[in-house]
Design a protein around this ligand. Structure first.
Ligand code: FAD
Length: 535
């Protein structure tokens, strides 16, 4: 069963390797874990539902607790302290588009606010209800989880929008196809959520972001049903399909998603390369991408992330031997680790491997083969469980991400890290900060920064510290040429920062678009746009 107060399935967990504790103690000090409340104690706080009865709506306390929060660090703190604040008044689990339409019409008639819910993996407060005089209904799309059609001629698959990653891939694999969309939240996140929050998967270099994969589908809105056709491309004016990407539940509920799929590749391998220092590593990554070698994924860790990853990898003896060999070849304390993937036919992969070896050689890259790449592949979707393991030891962990042009990567990365590293100086607390680049484009890349700090002596103080870290660094991002989010979306946490990049007119246009589909403003208020005078 899904964990109610953290990531993933209750039967799965990840133990910290023994040296990880020592590593963090050394970096930020000895930590003391905070207590966690029980599900029963939270359920006992849930107020009486304000929703009128409807056969598709459930008002049981447990359903309402399980849909009250996503997966951000504040959400984790809420579920561990029991301080939820607000719960939805009920949850509906539609099984068809018609039922979604019926629910929206009921909400219109009874003046009910609506939160569309995919996998609830949002890390920026997308699906959290807020204080309101009107009742709030969360519509969980999880029962619309089937492959409905596969057009093998045009490579278009139609899915229920609530289909989570593993079911997307298993239903396609059975027929010899793949979507190739692998965000780290793959285990729980859904197709509808990916479209609505503009998600990006680890192998975006081969398959594209969700923007490239989303071909069309069905959207139920308060103003009625909209079917978006699947043209390969169109110059028929502004694209309605584009309008749904990143709509974050403000314009309606995507009930069916049509996606562009690919035949399963013959071969896929992941490789690790080390560079002696950051600037060579970054220039190598840029050269690889700009030369358009057929990579399927690329990730470049800076020196601190490399050190941290190797320390948390376990297999101490093996890693120590490898580090000795790397040091002998010139990659020592400032070394940076690059992980990359090749996917395709045998001939394509062989050609790409020999091309990339030539490029990395000119940047002093040390090719180590597939051993560490296999480890990355095995753990690629289990890493989210690490957050619980760190929490149990008294450490809080969160991430911030953006994208910027190549010329600005170092400037922004350094400012983000500096902001996080110093944000708790007043509290005499150290923050362990490290970064990788991923999702590479000819123009630039995404910067993904992780920060770890000790939990304070109360949940509330730990949340206050998070707010300091998050808000100061979000301001650094938007004021220094970065987008507020490359892949996590806007939600409620990023909404105050969106006007900096969209401008007054841009925000006004987005709001008008939301109003066109939802004139009574009942769809997910507070998400994407701050619902006050932000124009
Ligand atoms: C550990 C972890 C790792 C992550 N890694 C990545 C990553 O690698 N790449 C990435 O892009 N993101 C990542 N995320 C963020 C998150 O998984 C994505 O934003 C994801 O797209 C959300 O999908 P979901 O189905 O869980 O949507 P939810 O969290 O349920 O909802 C997100 C938003 O979409 C709306 N929505 C959901 N379904 C629908 C629908 N059918 N119709 C209309 N609106 C809808 C909701 O109202 C909400 O505003 C990660 C999150 C976690 C916790």
């Amino acid at each position: 069963m899904r964990r109610w107060n953290g990531w993933g399935d209750e039967t799965n967990s990840l133990d910290l390797p023994p040296n990880a504790d020592m590593f963090l103690k050394d970096k930020i000090g000895t930590a003391t874990p905070l207590p966690s409340v029980s599900l029963e104690s939270v359920m006992s706080q849930v107020p009486v539902s304000r929703l009128p009865e409807h056969p598709l709506i459930v008002v049981a306390e447990e359903d309402r607790v399980r849909h009250a929060r996503g997966q951000s660090l504040p959400d984790l703190l809420a579920s561990r302290s029991g301080d939820f604040g607000v719960f939805p008044d009920g949850v509906a689990y539609p099984e068809t588009s018609d039922q979604v339409a019926e629910l929206l019409s009921f909400c219109g008639d009874k003046d009910i606010l609506v939160i569309p819910y995919g996998g609830g993996t949002s890390v920026v407060g997308h699906i959290n209800p807020f204080q309101s005089e009107k009742p709030i209904l969360t519509i969980d799309m999880g029962r619309m989880n089937r492959l409905m059609d596969l057009d093998k001629d045009s490579l278009i698959a139609t899915f229920g929008a609530g289909t989570p990653g593993p079911q997307v891939e298993s239903q396609l694999h059975a027929k010899g196809y793949t979507l190739g969309h692998f965000p780290q939240s793959f285990e729980l996140a859904t197709l509808g959520g990916w479209v609505a929050s503009r998600s990006s998967g680890q192998q975006s270099l081969r398959y594209g972001r969700i923007e490239q994969l989303f071909a069309g589908g069905r959207v139920e809105t308060p103003k009625g049903r909209m079917d978006i056709p699947t043209f390969p491309a169109s110059s028929g004016g502004p694209d309605v399909r584009e309008m749904m990407l990143g709509s974050e539940g403000r314009m309606g509920i995507i009930s069916e998603v049509k996606v562009r799929v690919s035949k399963l590749a013959d071969q896929e391998n992941f490789y690790v390369i080390f560079f002696p220092e950051w600037s060579k590593a970054k220039d190598a990554a840029k050269a690889l991408v700009q030369s358009r070698i057929q990579l399927s994924m690329l990730r470049l860790s800076n020196a601190i992330e490399t050190e941290t990853q190797l320390a948390l990898a376990g297999h101490e003896m093996q890693i120590a031997l490898m580090e000795k060999a790397l040091s002998f070849r010139g990659a020592d304390s400032g070394k940076c680790m690059m992980t990359l993937g090749l996917t395709g036919s045998k001939a394509q992969c062989n050609a790409a491997l020999s091309q990339l070896k030539k490029i990395i050689k000119s940047f002093s890259g040390i090719y180590t083969g597939t051993m560490l790449g296999k480890r990355w592949e095995e753990k690629r979707f289990t890493m989210p469980y690490l957050r619980e393991a760190l929490w149990d030891k008294g450490y809080a962990v969160d991430t911030l991400e953006t994208a910027t042009n190549w010329e600005n990567v170092d400037n922004l990365l350094n400012k983000m890290e500096e902001s996080l590293r110093t944000a708790l100086n007043d509290e005499n607390e150290k923050v362990h900060v490290f970064t990788h680049l991923s999702h590479f484009y000819g123009q630039g890349c995404s910067i993904y920064t992780t920060y770890v700090y000790r939990t304070a002596d109360t949940h509330q103080k730990t949340l206050d510290w998070w707010a300091k870290l998050k808000h100061s660094t979000s301001a650094v991002i938007v004021n220094n040429g970065g987008t507020i989010s490359h892949q996590h979306g806007v939600g409620k946490d990023h909404a105050p920062f969106l006007p900096v990049e969209k401008g007054k007119l841009g925000i006004m246009a987005i709001r008008s678009l939301c109003d066109a589909f939802d004139p009574e403003k009942r769809m997910n208020p507070g998400t994407l746009l701050v619902d006050t005078n932000d124009e």
